[in-house]
Each structure stands twice: as C-alpha cells, then as structure tokens.
Design a protein around this ligand. Structure first.
Ligand code: IMP
Length: 430
C-alpha cells in the first residue's frame, strides 16, 4: 500500500490539477495540508468544469473522502461558498465525504484587509500576493493568537480569542491610520455560520490513523510550488506555508513514514505569478509565445504568468529539498513549435560559476543563467501516449532534462486532456 504526496516543483501552476485528478481517481482519501484558497485547480470531468480553490480534488468524485488538514488556513465564508458552488453542479457534499480539521486556523476579514494594506503600501517590496489574507493568517497562527475551527464551539471562548487577535490587529491598523476592526459584528457573523462549519470538524490525525488501519490509499495534495516555500523558496517572495512534501505530515497529523512516494509536478518550461527572482525569465516574443500557447493566466487571480526556459538548477534543487521520487512532466506540447529550446544548467554569480540558487534574494536577482541549447522538434506531440512515439528531439530533450535533474520521469503530459499522458510509472503501484 502506498500513500502519495503531490507537490509542485517550481513556482506553482505546474499543471497539478490534471495529475491530481488522475491520482485522486485511484485514491480513497485526498488530503490538503497547507495553503488556503490561494490555490486554484480547474478540473474537467465528463464535460463539467469544476473550479476548486480550497476543497481537495477528491471532492468531485464519488466514494472519496476529502480532508482539509490542520496546516491549511481556511476562510470560513470561502469554504461554504465553494461547497455551495460545487454542490450546484450536482456533487454531493456532506460530513460523510468532507472532513475539516478542528485545528485548522481561520482566515478572517481583517487578514484579507491586512494583506491588501500591506501590498498597497509596500512599493518595491510588494510580493504580488493573491490578496486572500493567507500571510496574515499564518502570522497569527505562529503568533499564537489565531482563531481555529474548534474556537467556534463556544461564544465565550470565541469572544476571548477575538479580543486577543484584534488587540494585535487594531494596534497595527491604528498605526497605519486605518479604521479599527469591530469585534461584535464579526463575532455575530461567525456564530451564525458556526454550525455549518462545525459539522465538518473532526480530529484529522485520528481519522488518518483509521484510514491507515483500513488500508485506504491516501493522496496528499500540495498547493503552490516548492520555490514558494517559506523556508526553501525565493524568500521573501514566497507564500507563508511550507510547500515541501514533508509538510504533508505536519499539516495533517501523521508521521513522515506515512508517505511512500513523492511526486513532483514539473512543467517543461518555467512560469511564475507575482514578484520575485526568476533567472530564466523571457521577456521577448518566445516568452509571449509560451504564455499564449500554455494559456498562462492564473486560475485564482487571472493574472498573466511570467514565462521562461526550464531551469534545471532550480528543479534539481527542489527535488533534493523535497525528496521527490519521480516527476510528472507537464505541458511538453507547449514547446512543439520552437526552433530551439534551452535548459539552464548553471548560473554565473559575480563572474563565478555556481550550481545552485543562493539563499540571498539579492544574489538570486543577480545570477545569470548558463544554458544548454536543444534543437526543437517542430511537430505536434499533442495527445501522444507512448514515449517511443515522441519525435526524436523531444525524446532527447526529456531524457537530458531527467538526467540533469537526477530523477526519473513518472509521466509526461501531452495535452490538458486527462488521457493524453505518457505513463511510465504509477506512483500508487510501483
Ligand atoms: P500568497 O500565497 O497569496 O501570500 O502569495 C504569495 C506568493 O505566492 C505570490 O507570489 C503569489 O502569486 C504566489 N502564489 C500563491 N498561491 C499560488 C498558486 O496557487 N500558484 C502560483 N502562485 C501562487
């Protein structure tokens, strides 16, 4: 029996939706363990489009249990809205197939406002966040003043917790010349929705233990990408959670030995949304072409994604940091028309050649990529399902890429359609 973790190996948007959907059809349980409704997956199943932000991908499939772990930050209104939206498409959602950790931390309206205030006043230091309140909510969690799902049980407790957190926020708001946030109205609104939220609330660690005893297959569904990890990413231009695979254990309540296979979703080129270093970024017509052909617009914020060549140095680094066993290479077909294709194989920093991305953001902004150039294949790979049917130059590109990043390829995706995949190794059954 294998439990699989899926993570993005770049800056998010690697095409996790398609792969997670395929794997969730095999899994019994799908667990989100970090992030919040800053993530976005679009799933198309039997012609129906589902846009998921917070709910695990298993939710749209029958007989699967979907779990939101303690590591996720949950906007309770966004949570209920998404349930309503998905239910309106004919999907059954109840406490039987959706579990919310009682220990998950809430994103409240003052978090969203703080995210906006900070972004709007940051000038050059702007992160380019999704403005969903993710960062401020995680700050309150670590600051030990957060409100968790379980705090909705008692009015007295909620009142006390709100007083604590608002004392902190209102001090900052006053300092920034903003109106102070009123407790009573928020408390009233939270108490109104509390029964709807609490009906999904359970100790997730205990449920995972039961699932393991029942030999259920678990898929841990990561959001964002490893380069956005708060410790290992391009700090401070990162999200506020740990996006690495080991976060699946802490963010849900099981040990690292519950994870048997780490699948890294990896795009055949690179994209990034928001600000921050991007050594292989292409601001020319090739970057534009990648964006157009790859439909590189954000699912959550509709922002245009920055595009560039595949950065082998970075992906090799994230593979090691996250313990990735195999990669699912996505969007190979987006490269079909290019005359030549490049992979970054090292950087130059202050005249010296280096083989990793340094931790200091100033250095990250300064590195100059050193490329290896490959001949394009100039023919369609769309829909190819067998490795041997790929054009010779595409085979060469993929094989060299895998060799460089020192990992095996578990699958190659050749179109957004679920079946257009070259499957080399099934993470659940290898
Ligand atoms: P936050 O997560 O909203 O705080 O945003 C922090 C950074 O992470 C910004 O650069 C966002 O664009 C980026 N980010 C957050 N979620 C995603 C995602 O799901 N895909 C890609 N980038 C994301």
């Amino acid at each position: 029996m294998k439990n699989v973790v899926v993570v993005g190996s770049q800056w998010g948007d690697e095409g996790k939706g398609k792969i997670v959907d395929w794997l969730s059809s095999e899994a019994d349980v799908v667990i989100r363990f970090q992030g919040g409704h800053n993530a976005g997956h679009t799933l198309v199943i039997d012609g129906i489009t589902y846009k998921l932000r917070l709910l695990p991908s298993g939710i749209v499939r029958k007989n699967k249990i979907s779990v939101i772990g303690n590591g996720v930050v949950v906007d309770p209104w966004a949570f209920l809205e998404e349930i309503k939206e998905i239910k309106s498409k004919g999907v059954e959602i109840s406490e039987k197939n959706l579990i919310l950790s009682e220990a998950a931390n809430l994103i409240l309206p003052f978090h969203r406002e703080m995210d906006e205030i900070r972004e709007d006043t940051a000038g050059k230091a702007k992160i380019g966040t999704t403005r969903r309140g993710i960062g401020p909510a995680y700050e309150d969690k670590v600051g030990r003043r957060s409100i968790r799902v379980m705090d909705l049980i008692s009015e007295e407790n909620l009142n006390h917790r709100l007083e604590t957190v608002l004392m902190h926020h209102n001090a900052i708001r006053k300092g920034l010349g903003k109106e102070i946030f009123q407790k009573d109205q928020l408390k009233k609104e939270l108490l109104e929705i509390a029964p709807e939220i609490l009906k999904y609330s359970q100790p997730v660690w205990k449920k995972i233990d039961e699932f393991k005893q029942q030999k259920k297959k678990i898929l841990f569904e990561g959001a964002q990408g490893i380069l956005l990890d708060v410790d290992h990413g391009t700090y401070p231009f990162v999200t506020s959670s740990n996006t690495v695979a080991s976060s699946a254990a802490t963010g849900s309540g099981c040990g690292p030995n519950s994870i048997n296979y780490v699948l890294g979703i990896t795009k055949a080129y690179t994209t990034r949304v928001g600000e921050g270093p991007f050594p292989t970024e292409l601001t020319d017509s090739i970057g534009e072409q990648l964006g157009q052909k790859g439909k590189e617009f954000g699912t959550v914020t509709s922002r245009k994604r920055r595009c560039g060549w595949f950065d082998g140095v970075l992906v090799r680094q994230t593979i090691k940091i996250s313990g990735i066993d195999g990669i699912a290479l996505t969007k190979l077909d987006v490269l079909d028309e290019l005359d030549e294709i490049k992979i970054c194989i090292a950087y130059k920093l202050d005249g010296k050649k280096i083989d990793y991305l340094p931790a200091a953001v100033d250095d990250q902004l300064k590195v100059i990529p050193i490329y290896k150039t490959f001949k394009g294949w100039k023919s369609s790979t769309k829909g190819i399902k067998n490795f041997n049917d790929l054009p010779i130059n595409a085979k060469n590109y993929v094989s060299e890429l895998a060799k460089f990043i020192e990992t095996k390829i578990s699958s190659i995706s050749t179109s957004p359609e679920r079946n257009d995949t070259i499957l080399i190794e099934d993470p659940f059954n290898n």
